[in-house]
Ligand binder design. Structure first.
Ligand code: RP5
Length: 168
């Protein structure tokens, strides 16, 4: 059963939002991914958000760009955590998306990641689920070690070969 719902306002958001899916797959978390526009199909959106809890979702990751109301409206209806991903927009480079998603009124939080920060949204969802899943928590600890090892390789190479050779 899917524990995480990934939803986005348009299929043009998919190249970014697929990074959240990739992270969930890395940690072995079942998810459902879909496109629902809160503005263009409010009835479909309302149905999705109201049924999300009974479907078994524990977290929703919602991505949208511009007047990005999908994450906030998901949080207004779904009683568990909603993570918002502001999508880069053409006119305002995603600052509009970021402000729309992060500026929630008191009582209705959306955990907002950086513009196009869908990978972090996936990791954050995993961390939320790991609070009650020791096996998942171990996977997250191992991932942190992986990150450290990848930077250590770069550190050693730079120190050994010097910056000119490193940049070739
Ligand atoms: C938002 O409008 C979507 O989330 C997307 O980021 C943006 C543009 O949508 P399209 O015009 O590409 O469908 O609702």
């Amino acid at each position: 059963m899917a524990k995480v719902g990934i939803v986005m306002g348009s299929d043009s958001d998919l190249p970014v939002m697929s990074k959240a899916a990739e992270m969930l797959e890395k940690f072995g978390i079942d998810y459902e991914i879909t496109v629902i526009s809160a503005h263009r199909m409010p009835d479909v959106f309302f149905d999705y958000a109201t049924k999300a809890e009974e479907k078994g979702f524990k977290v929703i990751i919602a991505g949208a760009g511009g007047a990005a109301h999908l994450p906030g409206m998901s949080a207004a209806i779904f009683p568990m955590p909603v993570i918002g991903v502001p999508i880069h927009s053409k006119a305002l480079s995603g600052v509009d998306s970021l402000y729309s998603i992060v500026s929630m009124p008191a009582g209705i939080p959306v955990a907002t990641v950086a513009i196009d920060g869908a990978a972090n949204a996936g990791i954050l969802a995993a961390k939320i689920l790991a609070t009650s899943d020791p096996e998942l928590l171990e996977k997250l600890k191992a991932y942190k070690e992986e990150l450290k090892a990848s930077v250590l390789v770069k550190k050693e190479k730079l120190e050994n070969v010097g910056y000119k050779e490193y940049m070739k």
